[in-house]
Ligand binder design. Structure first.
Ligand code: HEM
Length: 203
């Protein structure tokens, strides 16, 4: 019984990492990338998102609750799961470790980022616009924190896609797993370039 509950939680954790949390990450990075076209374009894109009907319900159902489950169960996995030494290749062992390390960095970064933007906005302490991000990133320390936080998040998502495809039986053979290593590396590189360009567009 405990075994099947564990299996269910594992599957749910895996699914939520891609749908909806991973999909939200892609939407979020796309909207933010409008900053590379100037403050006006970014503000227009943010305004569109802010005016979606039932925004708060959508945020809780599609972002906060799934992310909370993924993060809490993720911490449980980080601190209780057995390591894979010997079962995986040398490269995959490193990816396995990095998946856990970036999960924890992502959690700390997201807690800070959500507080600094969404919660402060809800408390009426800031506007959600280009100037808010420009002010935050006017400090070089914050630029470094954002670079580490965002790169860690996109690595965690891209590398997570690799294990997601294994978990759900989409890549079974060694060859398909090799191909998906290249695919997820390309996903990481593309998202890393998009994110770094966006951060510098606010400076
Ligand atoms: C934007 C936020 C996040 C996204 C998009 C995301 C996405 C993913 C994806 C797609 C996977 C692969 C699922 C699988 O192996 O089947 C994964 C795995 C994992 N995530 Fe996250 N995640 C995020 C945040 C977090 C946070 C905050 C933690 C907290 C520590 C975390 C911990 C983990 C762990 C430990 C795994 C490995 C599970 C395993 O190998 O069994 N994730 N994540």
């Amino acid at each position: 019984m405990a075994g099947s509950r564990d299996f269910f939680n594992r599957r749910l954790h895996s699914l939520l990492g891609v749908i909806p949390v991973g999909l939200f990450l892609l939407v979020h990075l796309t909207v933010n990338h409008f900053a590379t076209r100037g403050a006006g374009s970014f503000n227009k894109a943010v305004n569109f998102m802010e005016n979606l009907p039932f925004l708060i319900v959508l945020e809780f159902l599609l972002i906060y609750l799934p992310l909370l489950f993924h993060a809490i169960y993720g911490l449980y996995i980080v601190f209780t799961a057995k390591n894979n030494v010997g079962r995986l290749s040398y490269f995959r062992n490193w990816m396995f470790l990095l998946q856990r390390v970036t999960g924890v960095i992502t959690l700390i970064f997201l807690a800070w980022h959500v507080w600094e933007t969404r919660i402060r906005y809800a408390l009426g302490q800031t506007e959600l616009n280009y100037d808010m991000m420009h002010d935050i990133l006017s400090s070089p320390v914050m630029v470094v924190i954002y670079l580490i936080g965002v790169l860690s998040t996109v690595f965690h998502f891209a590398n997570g896609l690799w294990s997601f495809m294994v978990s759900w039986g989409l890549t079974v053979s060694p060859r398909s797993q090799r191909v998906s290593t290249y695919f997820t590396m390309i996903v990481f590189l593309a998202l890393a370039i998009i994110s770094v360009r966006t951060i510098f567009a606010f400076i």
